[in-house]
Design a protein around this ligand. Structure first.
Ligand code: GRF
Length: 203
């Protein structure tokens, strides 16, 4: 066993159903079992009371933190709470609020996001969830995918870490495309986090 000390304590920020959060939590557990873990999920941060992700956190016995708009954007971005819990890395998994500069400065190059399209296409303010897939279908694109990237001051803009692709068929609707994208996300996001943080650990 590599022991807890060598695993990076991660906070997952999510506002929705939390299917990505669940896969990320499962991967951490699996890797720990094999003595190979690069990270542990120590906290789930959510801005929506009642969101599905909170039930998932409860199922796995992970602490949750519900955050409020005013303090997030005009206060310290909850940096104090994150630091007090020893959080070293932040993973956004379906978190819709823009990350304030205070938090980006507190965690430089230590916040990553997943976007359900091939950035820089179909990114930016207002481009989230089904809106992305609807735009891709309307444009008649024959390919879409996922982008995992670092978070900087602009929406969907930071350096790209990984992209995965899938075909968009003529029969696809925003719903069927969303399903394909979710599968890609579940397959790759946990592994990319694991690889990234294992690398960070070995430095
Ligand atoms: C994912 O498609 C992600 O790319 C987007 O929001 C969705 C979250 O889904 N940013 P879930 O809550 O993880 O199921």
């Amino acid at each position: 066993m590599s022991g807890n000390k060598t695993r990076v304590p991660v906070a997952v920020f999510a506002s929705g159903a939390g299917s990505n959060a669940e896969k990320i939590i499962e991967q951490a557990g699996l890797a720990e079992k094999n003595g190979a873990g690069g990270y542990t999920v120590n906290l789930v941060v959510c801005n929506k009371p009642g969101a599905g992700v909170l039930g998932i956190a409860e199922k796995y016995g992970i602490e949750t933190l519900i955050i409020e708009k005013e303090r997030f954007f005009n206060g310290d971005g909850y940096t104090t709470e994150l630091r007090n819990r020893g959080i070293q890395f932040i993973v956004l998994a379906g978190f819709l609020w823009k990350i304030p500069n205070t938090l980006i400065k507190a965690y430089p190059n230590k916040i990553i996001n997943i976007h359900p399209a091939l950035l820089p296409k179909y990114g930016g303010k207002g481009m989230y969830g089904s809106k992305v897939h609807e735009a891709i279908i309307a444009a008649g694109d024959r390919e879409s995918g996922i982008t995992i990237h670092y978070v900087d001051e602009l929406y969907d803009h930071g350096n790209i870490i990984f992209q995965g692709r899938c075909a968009v068929d003529e029969m696809d609707t925003a719903e069927t495309l969303a399903q394909k994208i979710h599968l890609l996300e579940h397959r790759h996001y946990p592994q990319v986090i694991e690889d990234l943080l294992k690398m960070q650990n070995s430095r």
